[in-house]
Design a protein around this ligand. Structure first.
Ligand code: C2E
Ligand code: CA
Ligand code: CA
Ligand code: CA
Length: 286
């Protein structure tokens, strides 16, 4: 057994190490290229619809940043967001995302009416929350785009909010304005339950990893987490959103578990603004 463990460890190291080196090299270069990406208009946003699982109607959208690199093509956010976080570039990048997303929501509402779409979800990194100007920035963007605070949902992760006094004050101030806060990737962090008491949370986004397990008869653990999060949201009067729904069976299970809202490739992929607009004018299907 010991030999097996050692062999397995070695094998995974052998697989991991060359990729690590590749990443270090890449990251340095990506970082400097990212620096110019905003001014060169290489970034754009895709919008993934979130649906009401009961009525089938569009509820809101999540803005997801995309980088169309001149020679690398589309670089996935999981590759460049961590680079941007380490270098601090996430602050200007995040500012651009926030303004662009709010501008788009205002444009949809102007064209299709306020009832067509109520809010937009924007991902916010830890570094942005620590920036002392963040609350003023959000206030300015809302004023400039003519939105009210309730039109904006900021998605934060558990690890970014367990970050001390300053971040808590920022979240309290935003919540005080009427901006809503969603805990992203919920269930994957360390201290989910105590966080709910320490921070003004409005929305829980059940992480995809739990959704993946709910229709697998063997995986009682993930099923239990998915059910518990739905109950927790109900008791605490929060919205629960299930993310990463890839099959009709998962959507149906989650709906029966009490999830009112869902997001995932089965429902819709991240889309360009024009394709989201089509959903706004479409009659409810469910
Ligand atoms: P996230 O916030 O958890 O976003 C959900 C990710 O899951 C998105 O990947 C989305 O395209 C993907 N997804 C949605 N439905 C499905 C599904 O049914 N199956 C599968 N396999 N995937 C699904 P994306 O756009 O590549 O973004 C990855 C991560 O990058 C995000 O995870 C978020 O952490 C980060 N990110 C993206 N945009 C921004 C941004 O503007 N600011 C910040 N700070 N982070 C961002
Ligand atoms: Ca998110
Ligand atoms: Ca997520
Ligand atoms: Ca995630």
């Amino acid at each position: 057994a010991m030999y097996e463990a050692k062999a397995a460890g070695k094998a995974s190291w052998a697989r991991f190490e060359p990729r690590m080196r590749h990443e270090v090299v890449n990251h340095a270069r990506l970082g400097s290229e990212l620096h110019n990406a905003i001014i060169r208009h290489e970034l754009y946003l895709a919008y993934q619809p979130v649906f009401d699982l009961v009525t089938g109607r569009l509820a809101c959208v999540e803005a997801l940043v995309r980088w169309n690199h001149p020679t690398r093509g589309n670089v996935p956010p999981n590759d460049f967001i961590p680079v941007a976080e380490r270098s601090g570039l996430i602050v200007p990048l995040g500012s651009w995302v926030l303004r662009e997303a709010c501008t788009q929501l205002a444009a949809w509402r102007a064209e299709y009416g306020d009832a067509a779409i109520g809010s937009i979800n924007v991902n916010v990194a830890a570094r942005q929350l620590r920036d002392p100007g963040f609350v003023d920035e959000v206030t300015a963007v809302l004023a400039d785009t003519g939105l009210v605070p309730a039109n904006l949902v900021l998605e934060v992760t558990e690890s970014s909010v367990v970050d001390g006094r300053q971040v808590r004050d920022t979240l309290e101030a935003l919540h005080g304005l009427g901006v809503r806060l969603a805990l992203d990737d919920f269930g994957t962090g360390q201290s989910s339950l105590s966080l709910l008491r320490a921070f003004p949370v409005d929305v829980l986004k059940l992480d995809k990893s739990f959704v993946d397990g709910i229709c697998d008869g063997e995986d009682r653990g993930r099923l239990a987490v998915a059910a518990a999060v739905s109950q927790l949201a109900e008791y605490l009067d929060l919205y629960a959103v299930a993310e990463g729904i890839e099959t009709a069976e998962q959507a149906e299970r989650l709906r029966r578990m009490g999830y009112r809202l869902g997001q995932g490739y089965h429902l819709a992929k991240p889309l360009p603004p024009g394709e989201v607009a089509v959903l706004m004018t479409r009659p409810a299907t469910a």
